[in-house]
Design a protein around this ligand. Structure first.
Ligand code: MN
Ligand code: MN
Length: 469
């Protein structure tokens, strides 16, 4: 049937809100599903920032990237990486233009909300052995009780030996959990607000119940656990003080839905963007602009510290690229950053039909409609926002439309409802043009987060197109 004039006009003039799956050619659909198999496998291997950094190193090396320290000079087409303290990764493909004319950066983070063990975690109470935790990042504490948990990280002994710990991921491994009150006895607890129902000090991990057999000692259950740990890892209780043990959900990443169109997994903030950023970089040949991928740590607690985006290590990395490409004039680092462009690849909240009240439906991101561009983040009056210029948003839209890529513009939550931040403003403060640009996520920061497979593949294509520009 022929379209009416009004229908034609509407199609031409209005923002279309259609899902990316619609009219998706079957060969592209196959690519989407195949790409997500790799993504799901990555999520299962990498549940901590250290694991992500190690995985990135492996992928980078497989694609011909070399450690920056091993390259004495760099020329167009060369590929290098730098790992900052095993927790953050910077990688680059040298482009044809002088670096001083600007870099194309894509930056994600590889830390996710979780529970960290306290320095003196192990204790015995009520015939059970437990571990004390201090949560990391913004969590809804009640969500972390009564789910299977695994334990991953490192213990460093005084002689410098690093002991890797990973328990709860293999099928024959035991798992851990945090208990909660039965409804029958939760009358008072249920009167509390969601935020108060479970306190930070209640997030204690159940780890054992068999006593050490010796009538003459007390704390028999704690002793038995400590003895098991000593036998397996050679550690004593004091070694917990120089450890980084992260408690994360033990369930695996899975396809979600009858149509298998979505991914349910822990840590998709921001590993969905980290994986797609990494994959885009390693699939580049010799771009015009030098392409840089940043996988930062500590975003969830303010990008602080020597592995967070604020760290001087980032500038040192860029300065090394300049030095090794023979560009070392006056203020060349500052000029390079002021001429650079960046996509801050971090997830955004997707509109949830169960909670329509928190979003402005005209400006929310929807699952399956492609990557979400957020001109500004921040909350309540754009406070703390990195606000990309209309010119830069126009520039990015130009790239996406030229490449026929889906995208949606989004503003997280209603104006007075709240908001979030990313690493965007940190680079913007250095003079870089930055736009937030990431995958929409349902149940963000929960132990099990949901994304659309279409959006994951779309993010990869968007970052690749940006690097190629
Ligand atoms: Mn994030
Ligand atoms: Mn986050």
């Amino acid at each position: 049937m022929e379209k009416t004039k009004g229908q034609e006009l509407k199609e031409k003039l209005f923002v279309s809100k259609k899902t990316g799956w619609e009219k998706l050619a079957s060969d592209v659909k196959d690519k989407v599903l195949k790409f997500n198999e790799g993504y799901i496998s990555f999520l299962n291997k990498c549940k901590t920032e250290r694991e992500c950094a190690l995985y990135a190193k492996k992928i980078l090396e497989e694609h011909g990237f070399v450690n920056l320290g091993e390259a004495s000079t760099l020329s167009p087409g060369d590929k290098v990486y730098y790992i900052n303290r095993k927790k953050a990764v910077y990688a680059a493909v040298i482009g044809e233009d002088m670096l001083e004319e600007g870099l194309n950066l894509v930056g994600a983070h590889i830390d996710s909300p979780r529970l960290d063990l306290k320095p003196n975690p192990l204790y015995e109470a009520g015939g059970l052995a437990l571990l004390k935790t201090h949560y990391y990042g913004g969590i809804k504490k009640y969500q972390w009780t009564t789910i299977p948990l695994s334990m991953r990280g490192v213990i460093v002994k005084v002689d410098g030996e690093v002991i890797d710990v990973c328990i709860g991921e293999n099928e024959d491994d035991p798992i851990f959990t945090i208990t909660d009150l039965l409804p029958h006895l939760a009358y008072k607890q249920e009167k509390k607000t969601l935020g108060e129902g479970i306190a930070g000090e209640d997030l204690n991990i159940l780890v054992g119940s068999i006593p050490y057999e010796d009538e003459k000692v007390d704390e028999k259950i704690k002793l038995n656990i400590m003895n098991l740990l000593h036998e397996k890892y050679g550690i004593v209780e004091k070694d917990f003080t120089s450890a980084e043990i992260e408690i994360v959900p033990a369930f695996p990443a899975r396809s979600l839905g009858f149509d298998k169109s979505m991914v349910a997994a822990y840590g998709q903030d921001d590993r969905s963007c980290a994986y797609t950023t990494l994959m885009a970089l390693v699939n580049l040949d010799c771009p015009r602009k030098t392409a840089v991928a940043l996988l930062a740590d500590k975003e969830e607690i303010g990008s602080v510290g020597n592995t967070g985006m604020y760290s001087q290590n980032f500038e040192v990395f860029i300065a090394s690229l300049l030095d090794k490409t023979g560009q070392n004039g006056h203020n060349v680092l500052e000029k390079t950053l002021c001429h650079s462009k960046m996509l801050s690849s971090d997830v955004t909240s997707a509109a949830d039909p169960n909670y329509p009240d928190v979003d402005d439906s005209h400006n929310a991101a929807y699952l399956g409609q492609g990557i979400a561009l957020c001109k500004y983040t921040g909350s309540r009056g754009k406070s703390g926002a990195s606000d990309a210029s209309a010119e830069f948003v126009g520039h990015i839209r130009g790239i996406l439309e030229k490449n026929n890529l889906a995208y949606q513009m989004a503003d997280m939550g209603k104006v007075d409802e709240g908001g979030g931040g990313t690493i965007a403003y940190i680079l913007a403060n250095k003079g870089v043009d930055v736009l937030d640009c990431g995958v929409p996520v349902l149940s963000m920061h929960a132990p099990y987060e949901v994304t659309s497979k279409f959006d994951i593949y779309n993010a990869y294509e968007v970052y690749l197109a940006f690097y190629h520009d």
